[in-house]
Design a protein. Structure first.
Lengths: 163, 93
């Protein structure tokens, strides 16, 4: 099953995960799933050397949901995932708030690790969201590009700039 | 004897299209508009539509576009009633 939602207010990713698993309609908690991978992206108070006061996340209604569903279904099929959950903020976001939650479930760990990463990278490349930062001095600026996702060696040793 | 058409309607008329256009993020701010309706009398592609609507801002490969909520290329042929969106690099996640 694939579930995606845009959230216009701050959410607790762990409560949302728990709620998702408690729903009998979702197979995430099924005994045939041995693996579950989760990614949570959180707003930082710094980016490219600037102190950030807040963020506004603009999106393209209809296309954003459509693209997230496409990404989720594509990856679910590719890695034979049981479940995919994607929650993504829109609107005003404060430092420390969750921006995105991606969770996948599968029989074994390879599919979950790869599927979760792939959804996150595809989302950053394709889903129509745009971040506008408000700096501490009040200036506003659009984020022009994403930080790269790390591949291969050094995986897990995220830099200060990487999410 | 040379026959001529009895009425101008015998000639093919250019196809007329009405399109809904949206601009997002920094492109919206650059152009000073978030949306507009376009009435085009000739068949157009997404890049041609951009040039028609924004003659002071040339087409660039950094401009992304979508037609009816699906990513499209610069040479995508438009149809009457299409919704087109132009936007910069996406930065979600």
């Amino acid at each position: 099953m694939v579930y995606i939602a845009l959230k216009d207010r701050n959410f607790n990713p762990w409560q949302e995960l728990d709620r998702h698993c408690q729903n009998p309609a979702n197979s995430g908690q099924g005994v045939h799933n041995g693996a579950n991978a989760v990614f949570v992206g959180t707003m930082r108070n710094q980016n490219e050397g600037n102190d950030i006061q807040s963020l506004f996340l603009e999106h393209y209604p209809v296309m954003t949901e459509k693209e997230l569903l496409r990404i989720a279904h594509h990856t679910k099929e590719k890695w034979a995932l049981s479940d995919v959950l994607i929650l993504h903020r829109i609107g005003h976001i404060m430092p420390g708030d969750s921006i995105v939650l991606v969770a996948v479930w599968s029989s074994h760990r390879l599919a979950s690790f790869e599927g979760c990463r792939e959804i996150m990278e595809d989302l950053k490349q394709k889903a129509p969201f745009w971040k506008c930062e408000t700096l501490l001095d009040g200036r506003q600026q659009w984020v022009s590009q994403n930080t790269p996702g790390q591949m291969g060696h050094g995986l897990g040793a995220a830099s200060a700039m990487d999410q | 004897m040379i026959e001529s058409p009895s009425s101008p309607t015998q000639y093919a008329k250019p196809q007329s299209m009405t399109l809904q256009v949206y601009y997002f993020a920094s492109l919206r701010e650059l152009l000073g508009k978030s949306e507009e309706k376009a009435d085009i009398s000739d068949a157009a592609t997404t890049a041609e539509l951009w040039c028609h609507l924004n003659p002071d801002h040339g087409w660039s490969s950094s401009i992304l576009c979508a037609v009816n909520h699906t990513y499209a290329t610069a040479d995508h042929a438009l149809c009457d009633g299409d919704e087109i969106a132009f936007f910069p690099t996406v930065t979600g996640g």
